[in-house]
Design a binder for this molecule. Structure first.
Ligand code: SF4
Length: 486
């Protein structure tokens, strides 16, 4: 089990198959046959991965804690041609979970609880994976309330089928992705082409010699053991997925000095890049855990620019979580998946972001806030600096009873001083104290986003885009289109 997953969740459902993408063998032969085929052009050529239901790939992510392996799907995954994803798992629904069916547009579990928001959030996150990886086709598990395509159970829990699509299948279709089930997918007609690995296999300009490739992850820093552990888990996840060495650089000089006093090593971005160049890395993917392209992120770009002038390496930088308003939908879905890991009912939640009163990128917090509200009106984003402010969101929240209870959580990558002192601290100026003084009963989950599997997933996709960009020369504008600052 990946340590950053919410407690009680099962092993990452698509982790095993993601490792398949790091394999290097060319994928050129046709796949085993299936019985019933829809009509597709013969020799349909799969240049981008197929999206497949993780349970069909053999992941035990179903509601009952088992998988539904399908040989044709597993063959695609083993050849690195298919990307498994489980929208319900991504939506924060644990494994095992109470079975759900769709009735009159709502997803209800067998006990009558409305799980529609979790299903929508998971579908949105899974769609984000599909779009980031360029998946134009999908093979999904038949009849599932998420993945079913054409037929789903009717909401009576009596094994009665009726026409319709699962939540994820419907979203994929709306976005133009072609969807099959394992029962009608044309397995025999897929000609699978090779996907290049992310793992340091780029051919050198002279003679095709592999180039030494590594990952530099960047965060503000880790000032307590819990944050340090969260960052270690992110690094381990990056190394596991991309089969590359990864290390951390911290942007906070204060934290670096504190770490140095404890006789431990920590590097700035520039120092870490110099060290990697000294160790003869030729291609370095830099991925920061910043939320927005604000002042801190600008500093990372500045260090990288200096390093590019000085070092004989190809250094490329991934985008932060919210680079444009278009990123807000997937970040909102990730946020709600994380909220479900600590909130049980519909208690209001205020997510404390850093904000930035002056930087233009601060407007992205508003875009995130709007998207979150569209999914769940009881969850709000507020900023320490700039808009939306704590007062703005407090005035807009509805409370179910006179007992005004709410949750606080940091919208920050690690749980440092802002989360523990400024948000949840006991001093008079903390958000908790101000709210309690105003008559609210506050509970706080101080974990940072590096502890949330849904956010780590988004950062990993950013990192994947950087690594993929090494297949192109730095001057190629497509490198930028892939979401990489070069
Ligand atoms: Fe997950 Fe879809 Fe399989 Fe259900 S059918 S377990 S949502 S992958």
């Amino acid at each position: 089990m990946s340590e950053y997953e919410p407690s009680g969740a099962s092993p990452h459902p698509f982790g095993q198959a993601l490792r398949g993408f790091a394999e290097k063998s060319p994928l050129t032969r046709a796949l085993p046959s299936a019985s019933k085929h829809q009509s597709v052009p013969r020799g349909c050529c799969v240049k981008t991965p197929l999206l497949v239901s993780a349970c069909l790939a053999g992941e035990a992510c179903r509601y009952d804690g088992v998988s539904k392996p399908h040989p044709g799907v597993q063959a695609l995954v083993e050849r690195g041609a298919a990307l498994p994803v489980c929208p319900e798992y991504l939506g924060g629904l644990g494994v095992p979970r109470i079975p759900c069916e769709i009735r009159e547009g709502l997803v209800l579990n067998a006990e009558g609880a409305d799980c529609t928001l979790a299903f929508r959030a998971g579908a949105q996150l899974a769609l984000n994976v599909a779009q980031t990886r360029g998946c134009g086709q999908a093979i999904l598990k038949a009849r599932s309330p998420s993945c079913g395509c054409g037929q789903v159970y009717d909401g009576t829990f009596s094994r009665t089928l009726h026409e319709g699509d699962g939540v994820f299948a419907a979203l994929l279709k709306k976005k133009g992705v072609r969807v099959w089930t394992e029962e009608n997918a044309p397995f025999a007609e897929f000609e699978v082409e090779a996907f290049s690995s992310c793992a340091g296999e780029a051919a050198g300009a002279a003679g095709g010699k592999p180039r030494k490739r590594g990952v530099l992850l960047v965060a503000y820093g880790a000032g307590n053991p819990q944050s340090a552990a969260a960052l270690r888990r992110v690094r381990a996840e990056a190394e596991r997925r991309f089969v590359l060495p990864a290390r951390w650089a911290y942007t906070s000089e204060t934290l670096r000095e504190r770490i140095a006093l404890a006789r431990m090593k920590s590097d700035s971005v520039l120092k870490a890049l110099r060290r990697m160049a000294f160790e003869r890395y030729e291609e370095i993917a830099v991925q920061s855990l910043h939320l927005i392209p604000g002042v801190e992120y600008d500093g990372v770009l500045g260090d990288v620019e200096l390093a590019r002038r000085e070092l004989p390496c190809d250094i490329r930088v991934g985008l932060p979580l919210l680079f444009s308003p278009d990123d807000a939908a997937s970040a909102a879905a990730a946020l709600l998946a994380h909220v479900r890991s600590f909130r049980s009912g519909r208690e209001p939640v205020i997510c404390m972001g850093h904000g930035s009163g002056r930087h233009g990128a601060a407007a992205l917090y508003q875009a995130l806030s709007d998207n979150v509200r569209n999914l769940d009106d009881s969850v709000r984003v507020a900023c320490m600096n700039g808009a939306p402010s704590l007062e703005d969101v407090l005035n807009a929240l509805d409370f179910a009873s006179d007992e005004k209870e709410l949750w606080l959580m940091p919208l920050l990558s690690v749980s440092g001083r802002h989360a523990r002192h400024d948000m949840a601290g006991g001093h008079g100026q903390s958000w908790r104290s101000r709210l309690e003084e105003a008559g609210f009963l506050c509970r706080a989950d101080v974990r940072g986003l590096a502890d949330a599997g849904s956010f780590v997933e988004l950062w990993m996709e950013r990192l994947r885009a950087v690594l993929r960009s090494f297949d192109r020369p730095p001057s190629d504008p497509a490198a930028t289109l892939q979401g990489v600052c070069s």
